[in-house]
Design a protein around this ligand. Structure first.
Ligand SMILES: [Zn+2]
Ligand SMILES: [Zn+2]
Length: 335
């Protein structure tokens, strides 16, 4: 396959600066890597956390983006099981060491030496990107476009968060009804769960959106659900929601924090944790999560509501996400 010498990319050069559109050399895959021609790349809240300096020590300069749908156009030395022309998805988890105590105990999401796509490795806000072949997932053909992109982070992290809940839980609260929630609700309803959607106070549009997707109830985060919850998942980066969710869940219920960054959690009375309630965070993903979720998604089938932007419109997409103007998901599509 003949490849161009250069590509367009949106580049992050430091906190407080908008991404810059640049013409860069198309990278060359090293051993165990593949070169991907990007079809679409999701725009995730984590990208905002990086750009705003809430996640420190990114690679600099950096091409952000970790919800990549693309085609393998070149394979490096030693790549097996992945072929040129293959449709793949590339998530946040871009590399793990395979040797640390986490990697060797099925917890590669916690690897001390992990590298992350669009954070410590260049990502998908570009026409081409590199990936370690073993971290790419084969994708169902129905997701070979912008609609597949949000599955690669919002979908996966939502699924991992959901997997942390006791299988017997029925009433599930979702706090922050954005990209992850609009995917997860489809999986949860498919499995017979009842969803209670909490949004920013007064965000009637998001509440209607949740109801249109089958939520049993939708309301302000400050209001009480009509029934006790068996579990809660928090996607909004708001620490106050942890104590609020603890008050909404029944005895034995878990409050799962699905975000990578959150504002401080206020102190609270032991009473609201008492009764074997639990709080836990979800960090990154394992490849097992990815394989499971991407097998399940086309069976349901999960559909995403994805607003698209051009690559050069990345700053605009990020700003829309920041202001809560994205219903469902946002993705950049390459020309
Ligand atoms: Zn490791
Ligand atoms: Zn993400």
């Amino acid at each position: 396959m003949s490849l161009p010498a250069t590509m367009k990319a949106m580049v992050f050069e430091g906190v407080g600066k908008p991404l810059q559109l640049k013409e860069l050399p198309v990278p060359v895959p090293l051993a165990n890597q593949v070169l991907i021609k990007v079809i679409a790349c999701g725009v995730c809240r984590t990208d905002l956390h990086i750009i705003d300096g809430e996640l420190d020590k990114p690679k600099l300069p950096l091409i952000p983006g970790h919800e990549i749908v693309g085609i393998i156009v070149k394979t490096g030395e030693g790549v097996t099981g992945m072929n040129e022309g293959q449709l793949i998805g590339l998530p946040w988890l871009g590399y793990t060491c395979g040797k640390c105590k986490y990697c060797t105990s099925g917890r590669e999401n916690l690897c001390d030496n992990a590298l992350f796509t669009g954070y410590t490795l260049d990502g998908g806000y570009a026409e081409y990107t590199l990936a370690y072949a073993q971290y790419c997932f084969p994708l169902d053909a129905m997701y070979g476009n912008a609609n597949g992109a949000p599955l690669l982070c919002a979908g996966l992290i939502g699924y991992r968060s959901y997997s942390m809940i006791d299988a017997g839980a029925v009433n599930i609260g979702i706090y922050g009804f954005g990209t992850a929630a609009h995917i997860l609700i489809q999986v949860a309803l498919h499995q017979g769960k009842k969803i209670f959607a909490f949004t920013r106070d007064g965000d009637v549009v998001a509440q209607k959106f949740a109801l249109s997707l089958g939520a049993a109830w939708a309301g302000d985060s400050s209001s009480s659900p009509p029934e006790k919850l068996d579990a809660a998942i928090i996607f909004a980066p708001v620490g106050n929601l942890v104590t609020k969710a603890l008050q909404d869940v029944d005895k034995g219920g878990a409050v799962i924090c699905g975000g990578i960054h959150m504002s401080d959690i206020p102190s609270f009375k032991y009473d609201i944790l008492w009764g074997e309630r639990m709080i836990r965070s979800v960090a990154n993903l394992t490849r097992k999560d990815g394989v499971e979720f991407l097998k399940l998604a086309p069976q349901i089938p999960v559909k995403t509501d994805t607003q698209t932007f051009k690559l050069s419109g990345a700053n605009e997409a990020l700003e829309s996400l920041r202001r809560g103007k994205i219903q469902g998901a946002a993705a950049l599509v390459m020309g």
